[in-house]
Design a protein around this ligand. Sequence first.
Ligand code: M6R
Length: 606
Amino acid sequence: MCGIIGYTGSENVRDVLLDALELLEYRGYDSAGIAVKDQETKQTAVYKCAGRVSDLRAICGSETTAAGCGIGHTRWATHGGVNDRNAHPHQVGKVTLVHNGIIENYRELIADYDLAGELQSETDSEVVAALLNHFYEGNPKEALKKTVSKLRGTFALVVLFADQGDVIYSTRNVSPIVATLCDEGAMLASDLTALCRFTNRYFVVPEYHILELHSDKLVLSDFDGNIVEPEYLTADWELNSAGKNGYPFYMEKEIMEQPEAIENTIANRIKGGLPDFSADNVPDTLFTDCERITIIACGTAMHAGLVAQALVKSILHMHIDVEMASEFMYSDPVIDEKTLVIAVSQSGETIDTLEAVKYAKRRGAKCLSIINVKGSSIARESDYVLYTNAGPEIAVASTKAYTTQLAVFYLIVAKMAWSRGIFTTEETQSFVRELQRTPEVMKQVLEHRRDIHLVAKRVLAAKDLFMIGRGLDYSILLEGSLKLKEVSYIHSEAYASGELKHGPIALITQDTPVIAAVTQEKLMSKELSNIKEVKSRGADVVVFIKETIAGSLEGEYEVFELPNMQDEFMVMPASVALQLLAYYVSSDKGFDVDKPRNLAKVVTVE
Ligand code: M6R
């Protein structure tokens, strides 16, 4: 969590930092700050406040002298409340520092080095600044090494030393830092989004190394002082693709981008109508040799795993578990060298998923990850990676990352069914052809988004809401319900329809709208009965139903017909419809759709 930027170069540093922080705000947005080195006075000025980057912009005003070097931070509070003092950067003596991560032993450090008198905030980060200042005797690298040797926890540290000119220093453990040298100077950030505007070439700073950023060069060294050549990667994200492109919110833009994103995810992985992962260097044996599958992920990515689980069970008849990454290590999971572990993550930085991957590998499992952000920590930790190629996802609520994760899962299931002799070649090609229809079908839902907007108006006033469905519909609704609650703050629960009568139906009244999904033909008649049950208890029911079976629905309901696909693929149009529903409820309520309260896009604390 927390967004970090550092820049030294020819551009107006204040503008570079503030613009980058706006792009990084999705990582945390309860406070923001920058520190800039004044070119004339050589002083480091700090501007920081609780609130958004727009508030920070206002306090920086035009008085800040343009300068060539500075660092910035957007905060997601861990230690200490949300106030101006706890905002970063923290300045102690000659050290000005921003930090992402958690220092577990900060209390011991305060006591051991008698730092209490130096601290003004309640943060663990300021303790690091004080410790660094304690060790600093004119040699930044020595001070960083000594400081890091005392820290327990996760950290990305970015530091200005008062007497080191326009040079920025950085080191890290777990929490990511990416960096680049481009025409405008040298820069680093907590993620690629902030660099995209300048270049698509970047490298990931290795853990326990020190990076020095000068306006015209970068120096990367290990803790023994050996110079290390950065391993540059090329992001296939377009420069400027992180902008809103005329949409009021990133979430809407990202929902609308899904047909193209799916195309980008699958196009190069289909050869002769069959799934092909050779360009990803994923060997076929990975899919033929495993006896069981375990999917580990969090939030939306975990919901993509639940859809995959239903497909694997019904098509491959294999044992498959889906584990919340945050619970995985503590649940004595059955994992061995015959287990294929599939980690799913948009950011590739979710700490619980990362730690779960490390744990599974220690137990001998092979790990394949499905990731959006190239070169991210989980990608680097995994044996094999399938990138989703969805482009930058900025809205905190995940949309295109989810459907592209599903697209990869469809290809994996097709590959496994074919290579294990469950599907013939023709059956595999037919399955893949249906997947290839997805972008067109999604476009049809998007074209009818005004109808979904009307549906959204019906649930605007709700405090509580239920979503019901069976089989794959239940998996889809778990995600639809998460989406609605995170952006609209309506309490929403997804229930398997058959479970309603075992308790929750007691909560159904005329004030609890029910959203039902009916896309699975073989479960339709039972689902329609469940819909009648809630209707007869007064609920206002909205039904998302596959168009070819819509005629079976009797009674007065608000209905949205979903374009027809084979049942296994109805997840795709239904998910887009539910995303739009959540989006419209949130925007109609006047919320900041892209930055829901308390959330952050990248969850790097356990
Ligand atoms: O980056 P990841 O996919 O690992 O993130 C996992 C979850 O934090 C994420 O999906 C979260 O649930 C989203 N806010 C949901 O929209």
